[in-house]
Design a protein around this ligand. Structure first.
Ligand SMILES: *Cc1c(COP(=O)(O)O)cnc(C)c1O
Ligand code: SF4
Length: 336
């Protein structure tokens, strides 16, 4: 018999053995079989993908479970809604080279990989042409040259897909090359992996981020307190102890986190994991996600009420991305 190369619960194994079949998900969670057909139809446009550690946090038999609703393809996704388009952030236009998005002063976003550990149904990248954005060796050299030639760039933001889907050895090589560019000060990683597969926070990742010359920031993506179990807390806290600044961005989603109590519980739970709330994004109008939308006025009321219940440092900025603007656009809390 062959000895398996990786432990069964290694992050690589968990990443390559996700649940991708709607029928399997629905049976495992003891949900009505009538959901299978619409789920299959919706998954044609954007596949289902759920890793086992995330699945374990979903309550069986509960169609309203806030984690389930982030991953279960629904018939609603296949309805066309005016104003909901495939590239709502017009990122196709801000690509100076493959895999690079340079829209904001001093910060360059790098799409390291199109791979994700989980497919979030509301994702604004659900139609993104990732095939054209794979960072091969040639593109990587192009990126390094680009960063080197523009001394106004202080921060590199690794994004995706999920940049932590890339193995540690490769990340280490990338970080070493970034460290050699004198004007770079900060390295930021936007990732959902430490949450959906907490095993991803390996010793070598902690060492890499903790020992870099660059100030390192991890922006996790967590939308609901139930996503944070004790293993997630352990993983995030270890990064924090190593000197990584931890921030969170969430998306405001109808039926998932659109109440003051839910948002308050999320902020409090994040803080237990040493994470500060950073942004709460209103939904981008991406085709297939209209059923998650909350009107801006309601969102502003929610954030106003949240502000009246929490210390200022636990209130995220309500924001949206408007193509062509030099930063994210913050929506002020409504205090009425
Ligand atoms: C969101 C985003 C950033 C980061 O914005 P911050 O306000 O610094 O978090 C940078 N570049 C691009 C292209 C972005 O979309
Ligand atoms: S992990 Fe991020 S990029 Fe991937 S599907 Fe979810 S929201 Fe989109």
């Amino acid at each position: 018999m062959n000895v398996p190369a990786l432990a069964l619960d290694s992050w690589q194994n968990l990443l390559s053995n996700t649940i991708d079949d709607p029928a399997e998900l629905i049976r495992l969670l003891e949900l009505p079989e009538t959901l299978i057909e619409p789920a299959r139809r919706a998954a044609n446009g954007f596949p289902l993908r759920v890793p086992a550690p995330y699945l374990a946090r979903i309550k069986k038999g509960d169609l309203q479970d806030p984690l389930l609703r982030q991953v279960l393809p629904l018939g609603e996704e296949t309805q066309k809604v005016p104003g909901y388009i495939s590239d709502p952030l017009a990122e196709a236009a801000a690509n100076p080279h493959e895999g690079i998005v340079h829209k904001y002063n001093g910060r360059v976003l790098v799409i390291l990989t199109g791979a994700c550990a989980i497919n979030c149904r509301y994702c604004f990248r659900r139609h993104f042409p990732y095939e054209d954005n794979r960072l091969g060796p040639q593109q990587w050299q192009q990126l390094i040259d680009y960063l080197r030639s523009d001394s106004s760039i202080e921060e590199v933001i690794l994004s995706g897909g999920d940049p932590l889907a890339v193995p540690d050895a490769r990340l280490a090589k990338l970080v070493a090359e970034l460290e050699a560019i004198p004007h770079l000060q900060r390295l930021r990683i936007h990732s959902r992996l430490p949450v959906v597969i907490p095993q991803r926070v390996t010793e070598s990742l902690i060492e890499l981020l903790g020992n870099s010359r660059l100030k390192t920031v991890l922006v996790s993506h967590i939308n609901h307190a139930n996503e944070i179990d004790t293993q997630v807390i352990r993983s995030l806290s270890r990064l924090n102890q190593a000197g990584v600044t931890l921030l969170n961005q969430a998306v405001l989603l109808k039926g998932i986190n659109d109440s003051v109590a839910t948002l308050k519980a999320l902020s409090e739970r994040l803080f237990e994991a040493d994470v500060l709330p950073y942004y709460l994004f209103v939904l981008d109008p991406v085709d297939g996600a209209a059923h998650f939308d909350i009107p801006d006025a309601d969102a502003q009321k929610l954030i106003g009420q949240l502000q009246s219940q929490l210390p200022g440092y636990l209130v995220p900025k309500l924001a949206r991305e408007i193509p062509g603007r030099p930063s994210k656009t913050v929506l002020p809390p409504s205090l009425s």
